[in-house]
Write a protein that binds this ligand. Structure first.
Ligand code: NAD
Ligand code: MG
Length: 390
């Protein structure tokens, strides 16, 4: 029996993880559920999964969570605050953690789970972008075990399950759907709205990653993620736009072979791989009917219309704290765009400006990275308040 803690339980990945868990009462059990602030949604999930512990990040929501659990007759223990969440990530009552908090807010619990040597189903790509060297070192030193949940990295993991499979590897190619604005010129992106940006053609996801997909920053974050997960330099990581989102990524070898993993665009496949690997379990996702799908198309990304992908490669190559700066600037810019405070094209402009202006100190400690994150957020917020319409 795998005892699972789901961090970000009320989100898109969290609910998909709980859907897979509910299909396997004989081998999976959700013992810890964690959310940001949505107490009602969390209590609802607790009614179905009856975990031992439930937690919210927002400290002021503690009483509402405790009373809500009691009101529906559950003996689930309530917790609140980041320290409580980190303690639950390390708690010996679970062996598996689904890291699906959105943004840099997920780093601390992800690191705590790695330090406790758990199986880490890592969806929270921002923790690798912010502190990839540190997180991968922590995983190695504490015997933790990462299964990437991002569909592209999960595909590569399935193609390269161990070091033998990597013999003769030349490069990998991450596929990208291209997002809702694929094919538009830069000028045609000027007036797009948050509602248009989050309406992804193929994947149903939380608002932040949906905007990242629309700017192609998501693919840029994924290039950095792949660099850390698979220990590859940026020149060995390519990006291929594939609008049908059925080929989830490819790996290429010296002998001319290319391996790929295919499937319908539904994150439950990656989550089932994470829970059961090296076994395979039912995920609720149907098999792929290529005759019904008809065709697979591929094209090069348009870096003029979507400069975020280029900025992410530049940050990876710059090293030091640059990817922490990239991530922090992007999180702040996306949040302001979702609130209707800045234009879509201001997202890459703010990120580029932050990369040029912020110091790229060596990333030799968690403190240095968190300092770069905080300083970047402050600078970008100030730039946004100058730009935003009152
Ligand atoms: P979402 O917005 O749907 O859910 C985010 C979850 O995090 C919610 O449960 C929210 O309550 C919780 N949360 C937010 N701030 C928190 C905090 N400070 N402390 C604790 N919990 C907090 O997001 P999502 O789409 O599920 O994405 C989650 C992560 O998975 C992101 O890093 C994203 O990039 C990654 N990811 C998602 C998908 C997808 O299909 N949705 C695919 C690949 C990777
Ligand atoms: Mg992805």
């Amino acid at each position: 029996m795998r005892r699972v803690a789901v961090f970000g339980a009320t989100g898109s990945i969290g609910t998909s993880a709980l859907d897979v868990i509910a299909r396997h009462p004989d081998r999976l059990r959700a013992d810890v559920l964690v959310a940001g602030r949505n107490v009602d949604a969390l209590v609802d999930l607790c009614r179905s999964h009856r975990p031992a512990h439930a937690a919210v990040a927002e400290e002021s929501a503690y009483a509402a969570l405790r009373d809500g659990l009691r009101a529906v007759g559950l003996d689930t223990r309530a917790h609140a605050g980041m320290a409580a969440i980190d303690a639950l990530a390390a708690d010996a009552g679970t062996d598996t953690v689904v890291a699906a908090i959105v943004g840099a807010a997920g780093l601390s619990s992800t690191l705590a789970a790695a330090r406790a040597g758990k199986r880490l189903l890592l969806a929270n790509k921002e923790s690798l972008v912010l502190a990839g060297d540190l997180l991968m070192r922590t995983v190695r030193e504490h015997g933790a075990d990462i299964v990437p949940i991002d569909s592209e990295h999960n595909a590569i993991f399935q193609c390269l399950p161990d070091s033998h499979a990597r013999a003769g590897l030349t490069r990998i190619q991450l596929t990208a759907s291209g997002g809702p604005f694929r094919g538009r010129s830069r000028a045609e992106l000027a007036g797009v709205t948050p509602a248009q940006a989050v309406a992804h053609p193929k994947w149903s996801m939380g608002p932040k990653i949906s905007v990242d997909s629309a700017t192609l920053m998501n693919k840029g974050l994924e290039v950095i993620e792949a660099h850390h997960l698979f220990d590859l330099s940026s020149d060995r990581i390519g990006v291929l736009v594939h609008p049908q989102s059925l080929v989830h990524s490819l790996v290429e070898f010296v002998d001319g072979s290319t391996l790929a993993q295919l499937g319908l665009p539904d994150m439950r496949t990656a989550l089932a791989v994470g829970f059961a690997w090296p076994e395979r379990i039912v995920s609720g996702v149907a098999g792929l009917d290529l005759l019904a799908q008809g065709r697979l198309d591929f094209e090069a990304p348009d870096l003029d219309a979507f400069p975020c992908l280029r900025l992410a490669y530049a940050a990876l190559d710059a090293g030091g704290c640059a990817t922490a700066v990239l991530n922090a600037a992007n999180e702040e810019a996306v949040s302001a765009f979702l609130q209707g405070r800045i234009a879509f094209l201001s997202i890459p402009a703010l990120v580029e400006d932050a990369l040029q202006r912020m110091s790229h100190a060596a990333a030799d400690s968690l403190d240095a990275l968190l300092d770069a994150d905080a300083a970047t957020r402050a600078a970008v917020r100030e730039a946004i308040s100058r730009e935003a319409t009152p």
